[in-house]
Design a protein around this ligand. Structure first.
Ligand code: SF4
Length: 354
């Protein structure tokens, strides 16, 4: 099996789900690094790694979705809920800019009282105030909820965001895109095909998006592979590398209803390699400093080529993530592994399909 996989990848081909499963279960770490390197090499020079500094602004913790893996959300009416004002949001962006950051990702809960007008107004204002900062204005999961609460189809909601100047809505809130997983852990959030319908509507409106995944909830390998399989198909269907990057991070089990044990770094790295090998139509694979700190740099040897240096994210911090502001140490870890970390501007939004 290994030789078949190696010769397929060397010839520029792609592997199937069964081969990915075999590789994950039987490949050695060195073999995984080698094979991930073959696919990485189709897109990037071997030692190049790019990064930027970003903040995740959690504008509200009010949420009605009740995901059992989430330590961040509060129900409406609970005493420690919040909804940030525009000025409070801007104070956080000021802080990021002072740290030399260039990207802000908005991520909050499913707030039942907010409609699309609230977001359009907020994002229009922050873009006006910070023309040099790029914004990821929500995740696909939040976009879906906002569209439904506003009585709009995904196409209509995407058109409103595009008209106000939204450039990116990331593929966050995906965790494991498998309906059995969703039913077990967050039955009220969405079904997989609905997620992709929303993401397609965003892309069709000319808004950029990305792909994400979270592992380590105790999910079986088959569910992880189903996530990759559907994602690769979506990217094939959308064409032209419409989702420019894929980010995988790991579940933090502290203060959540689900609880559990955090997976070790080797499991994360091995899975990153499988993602790099299988997702041969997504140019950038990002390794997660947010959940693995400097250890995330090891992911560069398992197929990753890019990473964010986050300054804050309450969602993962509430569940046990520790965000380090020792950014130079993290970059030095990459150099010690033989990589040349290069600061990059935020990615350009892919051009709309004519
Ligand atoms: S993960 Fe997101 S959608 Fe789920 S409960 Fe937490 S804030 Fe709500």
């Amino acid at each position: 099996m290994l030789e078949t996989i190696r010769s397929t990848l060397t010839a520029g081909g792609r592997i199937g789900v069964d081969q990915a499963a075999w590789l994950y279960e039987h490949g050695t770490d060195l073999q995984l690094q080698e094979l991930a390197g073959l696919v990485r090499g189709r897109f990037h020079p071997p030692r190049r790694a790019t990064w930027l500094k970003m903040a995740i602004v959690n504008y509200t913790n009010v949420c009605v979705a009740r995901c059992d893996y989430c330590a961040f959300f509060r129900f409406p009416g609970q005493p420690d809920t919040y909804l940030l004002s525009t000025e409070q949001v801007c104070a956080k962006i000021d802080d990021l800019v002072a740290h030399g950051g260039t990207l802000v990702g908005f991520n909050g809960g499913f707030h039942p009282d907010l409609r699309i007008e609230h977001y359009v107004e907020l994002f229009t204002e922050v873009r006006r105030r910070y023309p040099r900062v790029e914004f990821y204005e929500l995740t696909v999961a939040e976009f879906m909820f906002i569209a439904k609460r506003s009585g709009l189809s995904y196409d209509q909601a995407a058109a409103q965001f595009a008209a106000c100047g939204t450039r990116w809505i990331t593929g966050g809130g995906a965790e494991v895109l498998d309906d059995a997983f969703r039913l077990r852990h967050s039955p009220g959030k969405y079904k997989v095909e609905d997620f992709y319908a929303a993401q397609a509507a965003l892309l069709n409106a000319g808004i950029g998006s990305t792909a994400t995944m979270v592992i380590g909830f105790g999910e079986p390998l088959s569910e992880r592979l189903s996530h990759l399989e559907r994602l690769r198909l979506f990217q094939d269907e959308e064409g032209r590398g419409r989702l420019p990057s894929f980010l995988c991070w790991t579940y933090k089990p502290f203060n959540t209803e689900l609880q559990g044990q955090e997976i070790g770094i080797q499991e994360y790295l091995r899975w990153l390699a499988i993602c790099r090998v299988y997702l041969d139509n997504i140019p950038h694979l990002r390794t997660s400093v947010l959940t693995r700190n400097a250890d995330a740099m090891l992911g560069l040897a398992y197929g990753a080529d890019d990473f964010d240096l986050p300054t804050e994210d309450e969602v993962t911090q509430k569940a046990g993530a520790t965000i380090s502001h020792e950014f130079d140490q993290i970059l030095d870890s990459a150099r010690a592994l033989g990589f040349e970390p290069e600061h990059r501007p935020p990615l350009a939004v892919p051009s709309p399909i004519p």
